[in-house]
Design a protein. Structure first.
Length: 200
């Protein structure tokens, strides 16, 4: 890790300018537990189209030299895919008032220096700047307590998220699909949402 990190912001279709860097970073970070993602550029192209189509999607990324080492995104919930929107629709939420936080990914060598907090600060500030959101949310995969690939020293991010003011909402669940390590086809995963009121 060098001391000269640089930070960029992109919105909407502008995210395409760093698509390859973001795809590589997502594939690298999400290979680890609990996502165990068998990444491919083809899957990434499909996933990121949602962000390119939205006029108000947001990317904040960190570079060390020419290498993207961290990134985080958010998007209006109403611009997200059906599986993300559905639990909020069923529960009677106003989709237009919710900002959905996507990935928050950082290579291991850069963790523990406050960049995780920076990711939340940047997304929350962007969501407030649009002036239409009352709630922000994200989801995390639920692998249960006995997954065979769970590392013995694994520590979930729950304590960090609680410290940031987010609350776990077990009633808000979705099913997403991606290929696990060693799989050739996608398989379903349970995702549980966390929410936080967005204060001005």
């Amino acid at each position: 890790m060098t001391a000269q990190l640089t930070f960029i912001q992109k919105t909407g279709a502008g995210i395409a300018e760093v698509f390859d860097d973001l795809a590589r970073l997502r594939i690298a970070v999400f290979r680890d537990y609990p996502y165990l993602y068998e990444g491919s550029v083809e899957y990434e192209k499909q996933y990121l189209q949602t962000y390119l189509r939205s006029g108000h999607s947001f990317l904040f990324a960190i570079y060390d030299g020419d290498t993207m080492v961290g990134a985080t995104t958010c998007i209006p919930l109403e611009d997200e895919t059906a599986e993300i929107r559905k639990p909020f629709q069923v529960a009677g939420f106003d989709e237009k008032a919710i900002c959905y936080f996507g990935e928050s990914i950082l290579l291991p060598a850069y963790r523990g220096s406050g960049l995780g907090h920076r990711f939340f600060d940047e997304r929350e500030a962007y969501a407030r700047s649009l002036g239409t959101f009352k709630t922000c949310c994200f989801c995390s995969v639920d692998r249960g307590d006995s997954h065979p690939l769970k590392p013995t020293d694994y520590r979930p991010n729950d304590a960090f998220w609680l410290k940031r003011g987010y609350q776990k909402e077990p009633a808000l669940q979705s099913i997403m699909e991606w290929p696990d390590l060693g799989e050739l086809v996608s398989s379903p995963k349970t995702m549980i949402f966390w929410t936080k009121p967005l204060k001005n």
